[in-house]
Ligand binder design. Structure first.
Ligand code: ADP
Ligand code: MG
Ligand code: ZN
Length: 416
């Protein structure tokens, strides 16, 4: 028997990283020890490594459930380039690719097998996973199991049964931090038995935070983009139609810009994703459909032409900026119409009353952030359970608002 190479040695020899990022080491250690784990880490925090590295140290195959073919392909490609036996079984495979995966499995070479959740619907999958010696399960983007989130994937609900049937450790990963989603993940993936939970490091200190009252939104966004000409950015909009008109306006102002939303052909969407990845200085004007699959480290700015629907969405969306650690800037516009629109969206949705109450709470938390009078980051982090000093990298730290004492005029008005 050969001793498993140490995790730290593999970190540099296989992945080429000199050290762990904040939070990674503890998670890797727990996963290596075969503990059930739920790791919540910001986008770009380096979650993949936390299941990939332990998979290399363990006998047998680690099965990775991931929601998007594009994400799986990227990871498999990167792993293969690093000399790791990894493969994916997805509906996007060619026959040759699938055959290659099965060959590697039959020969016992495979270390990481990526699989779309839809596969779990087939009765044959459990037999396959048993036969190949599955020794652990990793669930990427675990918030997809949450029925109330906008990334809900019904087939994620099958993962709990899979874990029970295989009786192997499961590690779940997500960037979605709120208490409720966390509880839902624990219930659905771990039968309610709390796994070891890792939750830390939410701060993205390189991202500058700013809000502005919506006045002339088109001009405001154009001005923001003009000041960042040539840098890659995203503008999030509340509606599909607006992504198209705003992209047009940006092009008329001589920016490289295109729109992106869920109503476009998959082909068209892939094209925009690929262009954004490849080009420098492209602006994508998008709905929230532009999200999970983006893995571009040097997005220099993120603007919201409309208020996001919750503080979690806000955090996730601005978190796409500055993943390389270099400065990134954000601007979120909001006005009374946004607030009405978001409230109506919740009220007219199909969610049960307690869910609607929670959604209003998340929206209100974002409004609180928008209307804050002191450091926004402090407030944002406090929402996620972290305490911090004033950040020095938000609009309110840059220019503290003049506090207007309304007591005297109000008293006068009332006594008049
Ligand atoms: P997440 O899934 O948490 O959003 P990823 O796993 O995609 O993040 O990792 C984000 C980026 O960080 C990737 O480019 C990855 O190569 C890099 N990365 C991960 N771990 C480390 C590390 N220890 N040192 C340097 N870079 C790392
Ligand atoms: Mg990831
Ligand atoms: Zn601040």
């Amino acid at each position: 028997m050969t001793a498993a190479p140490s995790a730290t040695a593999l970190l540099s020899s296989v992945f080429g990283f000199p050290s762990f990022r904040p939070g990674q080491e503890e998670i890797v250690r727990a996963v290596l020890a075969g503990q059930n784990a739920l790791a919540i880490m910001p986008t770009g925090g380096g979650k993949s490594l936390c299941f990939q590295l332990p998979a290399l140290c363990r006998e047998g195959v680690t099965v990775v459930i991931s929601p998007l073919i594009a994400l799986m392909r990227d990871q498999v490609r990167a792993l293969r380039e690093a000399g790791v036996e990894a493969g994916a079984l997805t509906s996007g495979n060619t026959d040759a690719e699938t055959e290659e995966v099965f060959a590697a499995l039959d020969e016992g070479r495979m270390k990481l097998l990526y699989m779309a959740p839809e596969r779990l619907a087939s009765g044959a999958t459990l037999g396959l996973l048993r036969r190949i010696g599955t020794s652990a399960i990793a669930v990427d983007e675990a918030h997809c199991v949450s029925q109330w989130g906008h990334d809900f994937r019904p087939d994620y609900l099958r993962i709990g049964d899979l874990r029970r049937a295989l009786d192997v450790p499961l590690a779940a990963f997500t960037a979605t931090a709120d208490e409720e989603t966390r509880a839902e993940i624990v219930t659905r993936l771990f039968d309610g038995h709390p796994p070891e939970i890792f939750l830390r490091g939410f701060d993205r200190p390189n991202i500058h935070l700013a809000f502005a009252a919506k006045d002339k939104p088109r001009e405001q966004i154009l001005r923001f983009a003009d000041a960042r000409r040539g840098q890659s950015g995203i503008v999030y909009c509340g509606t599909r139609a607006k992504t198209e008109t705003l992209a047009q306006a940006l092009r008329e102002a001589a920016h490289a810009a295109c729109h992106y939303h869920g109503g476009m052909d998959p082909e068209e969407r892939r094209e925009v994703e690929a262009r954004f990845q490849r080009e420098d200085g492209l602006i994508v004007v998008a709905t929230v459909a532009f999200g999970m699959g983006i893995d571009k480290p040097d997005i220099r700015w993120v603007a919201h032409a409309d208020l996001p629907k919750s503080i979690e969405s806000y955090y996730q969306e601005i978190g796409r900026g500055g993943r390389d650690g270099a400065p990134a800037e954000t601007l979120t516009l909001y006005g009374p119409d946004d607030i009405r629109y978001r409230r109506t969206q919740i009220d007219e949705g199909l969610a049960p009353p307690e869910r609607k109450a929670a959604d209003h709470g998340r929206l209100n938390a974002l409004l609180g952030l928008a209307e804050a009078t002191a450091c926004r980051r402090q407030r944002l982090l406090a929402y996620f359970g972290e305490t911090a000093a004033p950040c020095g990298n938000c609009d309110l730290c840059d220019t503290p608002p003049e506090v207007f004492d309304a007591t005297e005029p109000v008293r006068k008005a009332l006594s008049a």
